[in-house]
Design a protein around this ligand. Structure first.
Ligand SMILES: C[S@@+](CC[C@H](N)C(=O)[O-])C[C@H]1O[C@@H](n2cnc3c(N)ncnc32)[C@H](O)[C@@H]1O
Length: 275
């Protein structure tokens, strides 16, 4: 019998799954017992609790544990320039067309499940690259997540070693142009980009306060964690936040094909806001 089976009984597992759904919207199946237990185990250790049941009792009676629980159960996997076709589209087609139509406006981009910030930094690098040939181009990036810990890291402009090694190897030119040595040994994203990114906590299941505000939303590799009705709810919220001709970009293993939404397919992973 594994530790998870001993310390996380079937009824407690169902309680835990309910709490994950309640606080994050993430849908988990009972076969994810080992994963879920591994996620809450550091909290149990920290609080010196012997079973998942004791941890849930603690969670339900201590409001300040909720955010720590949310931070523990989310999956934050990300890299710079994840899925090259998306960046070819954004850096070449999208920015060119948008700037042609809106030469005097500020482009507003939302990285709506930004995790540790590699996605918002990639958006920033693409915008800075575009700016080299179009000096009057202006942009602002809004990066949100439900996990406060990843946002704190992103805000500092420091990234995990694996991400840094990866961009250094795959895109050395961009790396040298947009990363600077900081007081810490690891390189930091340059201020020109960091200064254009606003980080904030946001649960995608709630309607944001910014209506018809964004030109493009990156909603990538997060819909997969929600069930179909919740994916539709999240997409309604995103729809409301996009400008009438706004664009939605999703993740490589996601599709809107079987969902009821007001988005029109443009090309793989790219959708247009429908009226
Ligand atoms: C796998 S990462 C994706 C990061 C990035 N978008 C990418 O594609 O590389 C998924 C992120 O979604 C966040 N997330 C999960 N549920 C969320 C919710 N209800 N609202 C906002 N963010 C959520 C997680 O905290 C996590 O950082």
């Amino acid at each position: 019998m594994s530790e998870a089976e001993r310390k996380l009984s079937a009824p407690t597992l169902r309680r835990l799954i309910h709490l994950v759904k309640k606080h994050t919207g993430i849908f988990m199946e009972e076969r994810k017992r080992e994963l879920l237990f591994a996620r809450i185990r550091p909290r149990m250790k920290e609080l010196n609790l012997q079973s998942a049941e004791q941890y849930i009792d603690h969670l339900e009676s201590h409001k300040d544990e909720i955010q720590k629980f949310v931070n523990s159960v989310t999956t934050n996997e990300t890299v710079f320039f994840r899925t090259p076709i998306v960046w070819d589209f954004f850096g070449q087609d999208f920015l060119k067309n948008w700037f042609k139509k809106n030469p005097d406006e500020v482009l507003r981009v939302w990285s709506a499940a930004s995790s540790t910030g590699e996605e918002s930094a990639s958006i920033g690098m693409m915008c800075e690259e575009f700016k080299r040939n179009h000096p009057t181009f202006r942009y602002r990036i809004y990066a949100s997540d439900i996990d406060t810990e990843v946002l704190d890291n992103a805000r500092r402009g420091h990234y995990k070693e694996r991400s840094i090694d990866d961009i250094h190897k795959r895109m050395p030119e961009l790396f040298h142009r947009y990363f600077v040595k900081s007081t810490k040994p690891d390189p930091q994203l340059c201020e020109a980009i960091l200064g254009n990114i606003e980080y904030f906590v946001h649960n995608l299941h709630s309607r944001g306060t910014r209506t018809a505000f964004f030109d493009v939303v990156f909603l990538r590799n997060v819909l997969i964690y929600f069930n179909d009705p919740d994916q539709e709810l999240v997409l309604r919220n995103i729809h409301a936040s996009l400008k009438p001709d706004g664009v939605l970009i999703i993740g490589e293993s996601e599709s809107l094909a079987r969902l009821k939404t007001s988005f029109e397919y443009t090309k793989p992973l790219i959708y247009k806001r429908a009226a």
